[in-house]
Design a protein around this ligand. Sequence first.
Ligand code: SF4
Ligand code: SF4
Length: 78
Amino acid sequence: MTEKTKRRPKMEGRTHIPSLDTEKCVFCALCQYLCPDLAITKDEEKRNQIEIDYSICRGCGICAYICPKEAIEMMVEE
Ligand code: SF4
Ligand code: SF4
């Protein structure tokens, strides 16, 4: 789990959260286009790094399901 994932804001009712492995991500942005909550953005100042906004994410798991590189894993939220 990344440092960023550990410091996520908690959303009521959410059971799982996506955890991004930046070493596997190829910045294709498929997850960004398909996230129903627009919780994923590409930070172009940081070499197009993918950012997940945990204050918006509802933990649906679509991003992890569609990622062609298996760079996103859904983790149980404590
Ligand atoms: S779909 Fe996967 S590989 Fe593509 S940007 Fe998202 S996390 Fe990275
Ligand atoms: S788990 Fe769902 S809401 Fe959260 S970032 Fe992934 S696609 Fe978006």
